[in-house]
Design a protein around this ligand. Structure first.
Ligand code: GLY
Length: 333
């Protein structure tokens, strides 16, 4: 349960906000060593996303929102920036390949009305998040995978692209020649999946999550990112959460759904992220290189972030401030 001290701090701040009666006042507050954004009152829109590549994604998402766009369009347009950037080596074009040298992509999107779409193990398509949106809007299904997802993408007019950049081809050959076997290393170069959550001026929340998955993964491996409830969950009455890091642990604990349900019970986004990380630590006995990070947002525009190990960063954009923050982590405590 949330500690009494945290509860009192939040109650005080909540009371202060109500007393101010000011929709546009906001503050960043420190709680258990974490920055809690926007605790006093919502100043919408707000965007939050994982890792440093989130800064550029946030920029695009906020551009959509400031032009009176909807959160669903903002999250899609935001993560497309990372998908197309070859310097982002864990998402879309230029992502690390699997153990057979193929780049395979996982992505999902979730709308304020509770609708969702996803694709997994998708090859040759630059923007899996947009294919996921088409699955949501044009089919009665939630997820398409592998060859079927690829054929659907072509039917929808997406162009086939070679996703393996020369840099990644070299990295793959080096890894293959080293004789190393696959080992999870989710803090690698400090970036991973992009998960992005947005709340628009109307207070509607949407989310998107997209990745090339763990470097040199087993062919056919699907992570948490396209699994609704694991890599991403949105409930527009409550809030949203998304995950990064070693997806297997997120899948085994249905982390994003757990966070949203904890927020429904009254936990702040920060407390809910912390609980979800603790759940993994207790249930799964993580290995030494383990990393997992969560970000969350509630209906009031409060956000939270927390990781298992130090090193997780997230980007938060509100008003005219789009900034990168270090998340707290369980191993820091
Ligand atoms: N979180 C990304 C993955 O495990 O594939």
């Amino acid at each position: 349960m949330p500690s009494r001290r945290k509860f009192l701090v939040q109650t005080f701040i909540g009371g202060l906000a109500a007393g101010l009666g000011c929709r546009y006042a906001y503050a960043n507050t420190m709680l258990s060593g974490q920055i809690i954004h926007n605790t006093l009152a919502p100043s919408l829109p707000i965007v939050i996303s994982t890792w440093s590549h989130g800064i550029a994604a946030n920029e695009m998402a906020m551009k959509v929102l400031k032009n009176k766009g909807k959160s669903l369009d903002a999250v899609e347009q935001g993560v497309r920036v990372s998908e197309a950037d070859p310097l982002v080596e864990s998402v879309g074009y230029g992502g690390f390949p699997d153990a057979s040298g193929e780049v395979t992509l996982d992505a999902c999107i979730m709308a304020p009305d509770g609708n969702a779409g996803s694709v997994s193990c998708l090859k040759h398509i630059m923007h899996p998040v947009s294919v996921a949106r088409r699955v949501m809007e044009k089919t009665p299904h939630v997820m398409l995978t592998g060859e079927g997802a690829y054929k659907f993408a072509l039917d929808q007019g997406f162009e086939p692209t070679n996703l393996l950049t020369p840099k990644m081809e070299k990295a793959f050959q080096k890894w293959k020649n080293s004789g190393l076997r696959y080992a999870p290393n989710a803090n690698w170069e400090n970036h991973d999946t992009i998960g992005l959550l947005a709340i628009d001026e109307q207070g509607d929340i949407a989310g998107a999550c997209t990745t090339s998955g763990m470097a040199f993964k087993h062919p056919g491996r699907v992570g948490d990112s396209p699994i609704i409830g694991a890599g991403l969950f949105v409930d527009n009455e409550v809030g949203a959460a998304t995950a990064t890091g070693e997806g297997e642990a997120v899948m085994k604990t249905l982390g994003s759904f757990l966070i949203v349900e904890l927020m429904r019970q009254g936990y702040s986004p920060q407390q809910a992220c912390e609980q979800a990380v603790h759940r993994i630590a207790i249930k799964l006995k993580p290995h030494p290189n383990f990393q997992i990070g969560y970000i969350a947002m509630n209906k009031a525009g409060e956000t939270g972030a927390y990781a298992y190990a130090p090193g997780f960063q997230y980007a938060h954009y509100q008003g005219d401030k789009n900034e990168l923050y270090n998340s707290g982590s369980m191993q820091n405590h």
